[in-house]
Design a protein around this ligand. Structure first.
Ligand code: PEP
Ligand code: MG
Length: 537
């Protein structure tokens, strides 16, 4: 082992694999944006390219299995979006050629979705589509044509949704030089149980045919390594039928609710309502909202459904709730702070949710995002209780409210910790900045100690404490959360079952001992390594 070369990155998965490197080179570069004087011919070329891409997607979708087939469906849906085509047409009328006009239209469309990791998949879908249509016009081949036999480790910059849908049985592991813990490659590899190391800057050094060990638990790739060099794998064996704390699902759309219903999720821990409004130019009516919420509530897994009122602003721009230019939008008027200017819209959401609750007979809990003070929490809870028969609560995403949990006694029924934003504000580190990933990992002891305090103060005040940030989708971290005293976790639908299995593999006393290891660490590396070693041992 001493002489073997080790490349570090961010591991995705719980066990290691060895295989031969199969490099996927970046596709040929697309031609630069250019103008054209023949608008008629450009519109025709765009129509033809879109039709041809639609044909390809249909063929790929036909061959693909469940989750992958959905990717192609989503791409086809976007491809057929009339608003997108009209945007492209208007760019052609302004003198751009077909490929440029389409690329610009997709960019404009994508801006509406913002750069939030929550929407990263949809933005990635759009960019993938843009590349497909532009490549078709430029005559560039995008199919990966991967081998179907052997034990291969796929190496590339990053993989798009359509790329990952083409992975064959031969792909046993994945290494990417770019991408991060929330990139599409990570999400897909985690849900399909393909060990991966992403954000591995030195991946470019790997050559076709090199034998490598992909060791996600150790956050590394070992060139020439064997399984005996691997960090001990983590395997969860369910010891009881039920997880030690409730495992719920995060959803944003009706499709998510349906996916979640097919898992072991005990209800929904976070329904992100803003996904409904991202491309709306005016506020939907109470009738439209009630109809939409009723469908989602009816489809959601059995159990309570925790709905978050709109979290617009900053990384989640909603056109009809725009707050205009802000110097520092992450610290600006976002989430519940919109109540000052947009009270009637938040009220309309609550009225619609009460209508949907009555129509479906489901148990609905409502919570507000970005709460900073006890007064804000009290105002929201009073408002929500005056409108519907909900359990009411708030998200804990700011350090300020995390210090006041005991004072929420008698005001809220529950809190739900959004570790994505709590990390951002605790560490003063922009969650959108890939250079700050090391500060934003949930394994940071300052976050873990803050979570311990929230859980303890919640327990003392009789307030249940859930966690719905991305950290709860990592089964090893979910164990730490349970050990800290968190009473429920909520994970993305693809992670619910593995998180539930991890939380059925030990008892609360054992989870507490694991959490104590993380609590006593003074660095993220130490907390992760000590917990993973204990779980592997
Ligand atoms: C969070 O901040 O952790 C959270 C769940 O909310 P969002 O990611 O939607 O901001
Ligand atoms: Mg948040």
């Amino acid at each position: 082992m001493a002489d073997l070369k080790v490349l570090s990155g961010l591991g995705v998965g719980l066990n290691s694999v060895i295989g031969d490197v199969f490099r996927v080179l970046p596709h040929a570069t697309l031609p630069p944006r250019a103008k054209s004087t023949n608008a008629g011919a450009e519109t025709e070329a765009l129509r033809e390219a879109i039709a041809s891409v639609a044909g390809e997607l249909a063929t790929l979708g036909h061959r693909a299995d469940g989750a992958s087939a959905e990717i192609f469906e989503a791409l086809t849906y976007l491809l057929e979006d009339e608003e997108l085509f009209e945007l492209a047409e208007s760019n052609i009328s302004s003198g751009w050629n077909a490929a440029s006009a389409y690329a610009m239209a997709v960019d404009e469309f994508g801006e509406l979705l913002g750069g939030d990791p929550t929407f990263a998949e949809r933005v990635a879908d759009l960019q993938d589509l843009s590349k497909r249509v532009q490549s078709k016009i430029a005559g560039i081949e995008l199919l990966l044509n991967l081998p179907t036999s052997g034990s291969l480790i796929l190496v590339g910059e990053d993989f798009s949704p359509a790329d990952t849908a083409q992975f064959t049985e031969a792909i046993k592991g994945v290494i990417t030089s770019k991408g991060g813990p929330t990139s599409h490659t990570s999400i897909i590899c985690r849900s399909r149980n393909i060990p991966a190391v992403v954000s591995c800057a030195q991946a470019d050094e790997l050559e076709d045919g090199d034998s490598v060990l992909v060791d996600p638990v150790g956050d590394r790739v070992v060139i020439g390594g064997t399984l005996s060099d691997a960090t001990a794998a983590i395997e969860f064996v369910a010891m009881s039928a039920e997880p030690i704390i409730a495992v719920r699902s995060n959803i944003g759309t009706l499709a998510d609710a349906e996916l979640a219903a097919a898992t072991k999720a005990e209800g929904v821990g976070l329904f992100r309502t803003e996904l409904l409004y991202l491309s709306e130019r005016k506020a939907p009516s109470v009738e439209q909202q009630t109809e939409h919420y009723s469908k989602v509530l009816a489809a959601a897994p059995t159990g309570p459904i925790v709905v978050r009122t709109i979290d617009a602003g900053s990384d989640k721009p909603v056109p009809f709730l725009s707050m205009g230019e802000e110097e520092n939008p992450a610290l600006g008027v976002r989430g519940y702070r919109l109540i000052v200017e947009h009270r009637s819209f938040i009220e309309s959401q609550l009225v619609s949710l009460e209508g949907a609750r009555q129509a479906t007979g489901r148990e609905v809990w409502v919570m507000a995002p970005m709460i900073s003070t006890v007064q804000e929490a009290a105002d929201f809870c009073e408002l929500a209780k005056s409108i519907g028969k909900f359990k009411v609560g708030i998200m804990v995403e700011t350090p300020s409210i995390s210090a006041m949990i005991g004072d929420l006694k008698g005001i809220v029924d529950f809190v739900s910790v959004g570790t994505n934003d709590l990390s951002q504000y605790l560490f003063a580190a922009d969650r959108m900045n890939p250079a700050l990933g090391a500060l934003l990992t949930p394994w940071q002891p300052a976050l873990i100690r803050t979570l311990a305090r929230i859980a303890a103060d919640g327990k003392a005040a009789g307030i249940s404490v859930g966690v719905c940030g991305e950290s709860a989708s990592d089964p090893t971290f979910a164990i730490v959360l349970a050990g800290l005293g968190v009473t429920s976790v909520s994970a993305s639908p693809s992670q619910v079952n593995v998180v539930a299995k991890a939380l059925s593999s030990l008892n609360l006393v054992e989870a507490k001992a694991i959490a104590d290891l993380a609590l006593s660490a003074t660095s993220a590396e130490e907390s992760k390594a000590s917990v993973l070693a204990a779980l592997a041992g």
